[in-house]
Structures are given as structure tokens and as C-alpha cells.
Design a protein around this ligand. Structure first.
Ligand code: HEM
Ligand code: HEM
Length: 180
């Protein structure tokens, strides 16, 4: 089976795993910041880390989208049954949409609350005026979709492990460095 595996291209694999690390780190950071009391600088640091990695994901999603839309998806061997192929495509589309929409909502929520957002030390221009009520609403939407994203990722990662360990197809291997 493995000698017939068609791998994702190196740029697609690299970007997938860089974004996976960033996005999961950002989620762990925002979900754990409340462990620390308000006066502990780690609390604010974790929220800032969430902003930074979210903005980096926003930068990296564009080359990923360009690569995904310009190339075809390598076939899985043995082929997926139709419902699995449909569900996986739907999950990937939703994850891509989240990588575009979530950073925008997050940025707007923070700036509308009157707070600056920096990326790698550079303060971003204000894309919006201050509107605290709207900021609260957008933040609520961001948090709700954020929890859906966590659910999608649990499904995504569980599916990857299930295909690898139990169905023993090459879904996961295609996303790893090719065996020489
Ligand atoms: C792909 C990118 C992103 C994802 C998946 C994401 C996801 C999440 C999640 C799951 C939460 C916690 C929800 C909860 O507590 O119920 C959250 C909170 C938050 N996010 Fe994001 N986020 C992203 C990017 C950003 C960016 C770029 C910013 C701002 C520049 C931002 C600003 C916020 C804020 C202000 C909160 C509330 C934090 C608090 O509770 O104090 N997010 N986000
Ligand atoms: C430990 C974590 C992860 C594992 C094991 C994993 C595994 C995989 C595997 C095996 C594939 C190929 C699936 C296929 O071709 O049908 C894939 C594709 C994909 N994964 Fe993940 N993934 C992880 C984290 C993430 C995260 C955090 C995201 C965030 C958005 C993500 C987004 C995607 C997308 C959009 C694809 C479609 C292929 C592409 O265009 O790059 N993955 N993943």
C-alpha cells in the first residue's frame, strides 16, 4: 500500500503542521488564561499569545488556500467511502473558513473595545472606531464560533487517528514526510 501513497506537497504539509501547532497553542493559551489571577502577568501574556498566533494563522491561511485551490487533494488509498469523503471535505472547508473569519472577529472585538493590537511588536492600524456594545457582541460571536472550532478539531484529529490506527488507510501518511 505505502508505495502507492500520493503525498500532500511539501509546502502544504509544512503549512498544515505550522498552523496546527500555532492554532492549538493559541487555543490552549486562551482556554487556560483564567487559571491565573488578574494580577499575574501570565494571564495577560496568554491572551496576547492567543492574539499573536491567531493573526499569524490569518497570514498563513492565504498561501494555504491558494495551494489547496490550485492543486488537487491526493487520493486516499484504499479510497474513502462517500460519506467519509464528504464529511472530511466539509470539515476542511469549515476549518479554512474559521482561519479567515476568526482572526477578523477577534481583531475587531479588541479594537472596538478601545485596545490596540500588536503583531510581532508592531501596532496594527485601527480598522474600526470604539463601540463597546458591538465589541461585546462580536466577542460573543467569536467565542461561540471558537467553541465550534474546538469541536471540529476534535473530530478532525480523532478522524486522522481513526483512519491511521483502525482503518489503516494512508490518510495520515499523506500528511507526513514521504518515506524514502
Ligand atoms: C484562528 C484564529 C482564532 C481562533 C480559532 C480563536 C478562538 C477562540 C476561542 C476558542 C476563544 C475562547 C472562547 C471561550 O472562552 O468560550 C477565544 C477567545 C478570544 N479571542 Fe480568539 N481566536 C482566534 C483568533 C483571535 C484573534 C486574532 C484575536 C484578537 C486579535 C482574538 C481575540 C479573542 C478574545 C478577545 C477572546 C476573549 C478572551 C477572554 O476571555 O478574555 N482571537 N478565541
Ligand atoms: C494533531 C493535530 C492534527 C492532525 C493529526 C491532523 C491531521 C490531518 C490529516 C491526516 C490531514 C489529511 C486529511 C485528508 O486529506 O483527508 C489533514 C488535513 C487538513 N487539516 Fe489537519 N491535523 C491536525 C491539526 C489541524 C489543525 C489545528 C487545523 C487547523 C485549522 C487543521 C486543518 C486541516 C485542513 C484545512 C486540512 C485539509 C488539507 C489542507 O488543505 O491542508 N489540521 N490534517
Amino acid at each position: 500500500m505505502s508505495n502507492q501513497t500520493v503525498y500532500y506537497s511539501a509546502p502544504r504539509r509544512l503549512l498544515h503542521w505550522i498552523v496546527a501547532v500555532l492554532l492549538i497553542a493559541g487555543l490552549v493559551a486562551v482556554e487556560s488564561h483564567e487559571i491565573f489571577p488578574k494580577e499575574n502577568p501570565l494571564r495577560g501574556g496568554l491572551v496576547s499569545l492567543h492574539f499573536q498566533v491567531g493573526l499569524l494563522v490569518f497570514l498563513l491561511v492565504w498561501p494555504r488556500l491558494a495551494l489547496a485551490l490550485s492543486g488537487s487533494k491526493p487520493p486516499v488509498n484504499p479510497p474513502l467511502v462517500p460519506w467519509q469523503a464528504t464529511l472530511s471535505t466539509l470539515t476542511h472547508v469549515l476549518l479554512y473558513a474559521a482561519m479567515v473569519v476568526m482572526p477578523v472577529l477577534g481583531l475587531l472585538a479588541v479594537q472596538m473595545n478601545g485596545n490596540p493590537v500588536t503583531l510581532l511588536g508592531w501596532e496594527l492600524p485601527a480598522f474600526t472606531g470604539v463601540d463597546k456594545d458591538l465589541s461585546r457582541t462580536i466577542r460573543g460571536i467569536h467565542e461561540t464560533i471558537g467553541n465550534v472550532v474546538i469541536g471540529l478539531l476534535v473530530l478532525h484529529i480523532a478522524a486522522a487517528v481513526w483512519h491511521h490506527r483502525f482503518l489503516k488507510d494512508d490518510t495520515m501518511v499523506r500528511m507526513l514526510p514521504p518515506k524514502k
